[in-house]
Design a protein around this ligand. Structure first.
Ligand SMILES: Cc1ncc(COP(=O)(O)O)c(C=O)c1O
Length: 281
């Protein structure tokens, strides 16, 4: 018999089919909420503290009451076990909305909606990591304070990713309004230049957990991941480029707008090992 998928809806672990949210929920009406996507391995979520810190910071910035004192680890463990995901790889998604409240603006006091899913995650296969991803630059730039938060207003990023897919690429590069490089549609960017590691410094990019963890890992090894203002021309001088997020880790970039980018397999392996080591701490 097929296993029934369970999700947390607020205080209850329920079968997916029973997890109903009001059509007046502001997450649906306005994208008024935030989410986090985590990787879990053998029932253990990676970098849960960092993801919850980002969610808390976003909730505070937008006056959304956040249920901080939840037994997060216990809830995730129960959810993963309920879905048969205490072995193998899983994607955990935590979603928080302001719930139902009439006023425009950011009304406080509404009771938030919290949903947590856990589903099997199939990562790209080793051949794909070895070959890398082609990326293309999305022509519409984006500069907004919302970009610094993992908000439910994801349409821009979906359109950017589709733009890339339509061109045979796997990820879209997002630019800031001044034309500088910001991030990927669902990834942060990392590049090597003159033997050093960098990530674009960008006012509207999401502070990625993966690159924060990578920076920490490199610092332990006497290296650094420095955020620097980055033009497209600068990227073209890179000795390697990677896109990174919590689910897939680091994926090398094989081409940028059709121009080949050097693959640096030893460096990719080194950076992936650095990340993997942090997840075990
Ligand atoms: C726009 C954007 N930038 C960067 C990232 C990478 O963030 P993280 O490393 O926290 O998963 C994501 C993750 O999905 C994202 O949506």
């Amino acid at each position: 018999m097929e296993k029934v998928e369970s999700v947390w809806l607020n205080e209850e672990l329920v079968p997916l089919a029973q997890a109903a949210v009001s059509v007046n929920d502001r997450g649906l009406l306005y994208g008024d909420g935030f989410f986090e996507t985590l990787r879990a391995e053998a029932g253990r979520p990676h970098f849960l503290r960092e993801h919850l810190e980002r969610l808390t910071a976003s909730a505070q910035a937008f006056r959304l009451s956040f249920p901080e004192d939840l037994p997060w680890e216990k809830r995730l463990a129960e959810l993963l076990a309920a879905n048969g995901l205490d072995q193998g790889l899983a994607a955990v998604k935590i979603l928080l909305t302001r719930g139902v409240a009439k006023d425009l603006g950011l009304p406080q006091g509404a009771s938030p909606t919290l949903v947590i899913w856990a589903r099997p995650y199939v990562p790209p296969n080793p051949a794909e990591y070895a070959a890398g991803w082609p990326v293309v630059v999305f022509p519409e730039s984006r500069s907004t304070m919302v970009g610094r938060h993992k908000s439910l207003n994801y349409l821009f990023y979906l359109a950017a990713r589709q733009y890339a897919l339509d061109r045979g690429a796997r990820e879209a590069v997002i630019l800031e309004a001044d034309g500088s490089v910001s991030e990927g549609a669902a990834t942060s960017l990392v590049y090597a230049r003159a033997g050093r590691y960098h990530t674009p410094q960008a006012g509207s990019a999401l502070p990625g957990v993966t690159i924060a963890v990578l920076g920490r890992a490199l610092a332990r090894r006497g290296l650094s991941l420095e955020a620097v203002p980055t033009t497209i021309a600068r990227m073209q001088e890179a000795e390697g480029i990677w896109v990174a997020n919590s689910l897939m880790g680091l994926m090398p970039v094989s081409s940028w707008d059709g121009r080949p980018v050097a693959l640096a397999p030893e460096t990719t392996q080194y950076l992936q090992d650095c990340l993997a080591a942090e997840a075990l701490l």
